[in-house]
Design a protein. Structure first.
Length: 117
C-alpha cells in the first residue's frame, strides 16, 4: 500500500455524488460538525482532513488518493498549429493541438477506496 512506499496523500479525487455524500457525514446524528474536520483558513475550500478534494469523472462510489510527487504530466514536444483564415469575415483563427497525458510510475502509491452503496 501507499504507506509502505512513504507516500503522502496530496489530493482526493472522486465523482460529485460520492463527494457530496462524504461531505454530509457528521460527528453525531444531531451535530453540525463535519466528521472529516474543517480547515479554519479556508472554510469554503473542498478538503478532506486538510487535503484538497477534486470532483472528476470517476466511477460512482470510488475515491482515489493521489501523491503529487509520484505523478507525472507528459506533454508531446511538438504542437500542431493551424492559422487558416475564416473566409466569411476578416478574422483569423488559430487552432493548436497539444497531446498531454498523466502517468503514475508507482501504481502502489495510488489508493482506490470503494464506498458502500
Amino acid at each position: 500500500m501507499a504507506d509502505d512506499l512513504g507516500t503522502t496523500i496530496t489530493a482526493f479525487v472522486t465523482d460529485a455524488s460520492t463527494a457530496l455524500a462524504i461531505f454530509k457525514l457528521r460527528v453525531e446524528k444531531d451535530s453540525n460538525l463535519p466528521l472529516l474536520g474543517m480547515d479554519a483558513t479556508g472554510p469554503a475550500a473542498r478538503q478532506v482532513l486538510g487535503i484538497p478534494h477534486r470532483d472528476q469523472r470517476v466511477a460512482d462510489g470510488t475515491v482515489w488518493t493521489l501523491d503529487a510527487s509520484r505523478a507525472l504530466v507528459i506533454m508531446r514536444s511538438t504542437i500542431a498549429v493551424s492559422n487558416e483564415a475564416y473566409f466569411g469575415s476578416d478574422s483569423v483563427a488559430v487552432r493548436a493541438i497539444a497531446r498531454v497525458g498523466f502517468a503514475f510510475p508507482s501504481l502502489r502509491s495510488l489508493v482506490e477506496i470503494q464506498t458502500g452503496a
